[in-house]
Design a protein around this ligand. Structure first.
Ligand SMILES: [Zn+2]
Length: 419
């Protein structure tokens, strides 16, 4: 028997980045967790099915966050006057080491997961910490929540404080343990996660590349975020052509599906490699500003046709809510265009697309309501922000700019309503 779910309301999403698809006062039908169709009048065959009638509310795809650090959740909004490398040393490593304590991990990751889901992120690519036990806790908590996620135990075997570093063997062993345990999960799966090139030896990267290949697992890491970091990579890897080449040489750059966060200062050759290897880049606007990394030339990358999603990048970013990242993306693109008029600012539909279908593509068919897409949806109640005199696109824009978790009244992942 097929599992049929029918919602009624004002349906709005992006099939392409240039415009919204708007279905006023319509029905959206999900069969076995996938969108079957959108109808103004319900077809005869569904006439006896129950309808969740959301009246005048908005029904939109769930948000997709392609880059965030669960183990930095407590640090959101702290140390925001530091630059990246200083910030990591002064704050982040000291916090991440606590996740070796399972009780601490449970407490913080529960708060993290509650906040993530409350804010409508239904798919996410997440860095945990280097603790295998702590990362296992995060897997269990997110499984319970019912959202889709890739979770990575963070691999580091050099250039971090002693209390954070594992030997190469320990790091690989812990990673493989988690892969074996969670590789067949439906929604919450492992992802290979070298923190970034500077905290990895050649040997670690090589072994991680082998694991990605052996288990056909996706990869996530950081790329070209900050000038000091790039210079450091050049010193550490003198034989590599550029930053991207370090990962590419070790089969960690698109040989399996790969997301790379930041990618602000890519050289011409790197951009070509990103495109050729179909690597997905993650724009993290809040973190670009907070740790003063620089601004990703997003419009330039979009014009070239690179695949891009958005990341809250907590705690480089200070807000976990992805609607904030969608807004900041637009704002940063305006700022960039003032200096460089050839980069046209992003429209609301373009930025919304990046935060839904753009990132969602990394999880297969998610982030849109086209036929065959997983039915991942949010129901938005916006009476409290007095928007009823406006059209649906205006109301969505208003929710993105001034709304928050209190406006999200229901969440669905693959046709299941979350508790
Ligand atoms: Zn990050």
């Amino acid at each position: 028997m097929d599992k049929i779910l029918i919602l009624k309301g004002n349906i709005i999403f992006t099939r392409t980045a240039d415009r919204f698809e708007v279905y006023q006062d319509s029905y959206i039908v999900s069969v076995d967790g996938k969108v079957e169709g959108i109808y103004k009048v319900l077809p005869e065959k569904y006439i006896n099915c129950t309808v969740d009638d959301y009246g005048g509310r908005l029904i939109i795809p769930g948000f997709v966050d392609l880059h965030l650090h669960a183990a930095q959740f407590l640090q959101c909004g702290i140390g925001m006057t530091k630059q990246l490398l200083e910030w990591l040393n002064d704050y982040t490593f000291n916090l991440e080491k606590e996740f070796q304590n399972v009780e601490f991990a449970k407490e913080v990751y529960t708060k993290f997961a509650d906040k993530l889901v409350a804010n409508g992120t239904l798919r996410a690519c997440i860095f945990a910490s280097s603790s295998t036990k702590g990362t296992e806790v995060l897997f269990e908590i997110l499984k319970e929540k019912g959202i889709g996620a890739y979770i990575g135990k963070v691999n580091m075997d050099r250039n971090a404080p002693d209390f954070m570093i594992e030997t190469t063997e320990e790091s690989i062993k812990g990673t493989e343990y988690l892969i074996e345990k969670y590789k067949d999960e439906k929604l919450v799966k492992p992802i290979i996660t070298p923190r970034f090139a500077p905290t990895s030896t050649d040997e670690l990267l090589e072994k991680l590349g082998e694991l990605a290949k052996k288990y056909v697992l996706p990869v996530q890491s950081h790329l070209s975020e900050n000038i000091d970091e790039i210079n450091w990579v050049r010193e550490l890897y003198p034989d590599s052509n550029h930053y991207s080449d370090v990962y590419n040489k070790h089969l960690l750059f698109g040989q399996t599906p790969t997301v790379m966060a930041h990618a602000i200062y890519l050289e011409k050759d790197e951009i070509e490699l990103v495109k050729r290897n179909s690597v997905t880049l993650v724009h993290c606007p809040d973190s670009n500003i907070n740790v003063r990394s620089g601004i990703m030339p997003l419009r330039k990358y979009l014009n070239i046709g690179l695949s891009i999603g958005l990341g809250s990048d907590i705690a480089g970013g200070h807000k976990i809510a992805l609607n904030e990242a969608i807004v900041r993306t637009i704002q940063l693109s305006k700022l960039l265009s003032m200096d460089q008029p050839e980069y046209e600012p992003l429209s609301v539909s373009e930025s919304f697309y990046l935060g839904t279908k753009g990132g969602g593509t990394f999880f297969g068919k998610t982030g849109s309501f086209e036929e065959g897409y997983f039915f991942d949806a949010l129901v938005i109640e916006d009476n409290s922000i007095i928007a009823d005199r406006y059209g649906l696109e205006d109301r969505l824009e208003r929710f993105l700019y001034v709304g928050d978790d209190r406006n999200i009244c229901a969440r669905y992942v693959e046709g299941n309503k979350l508790k």
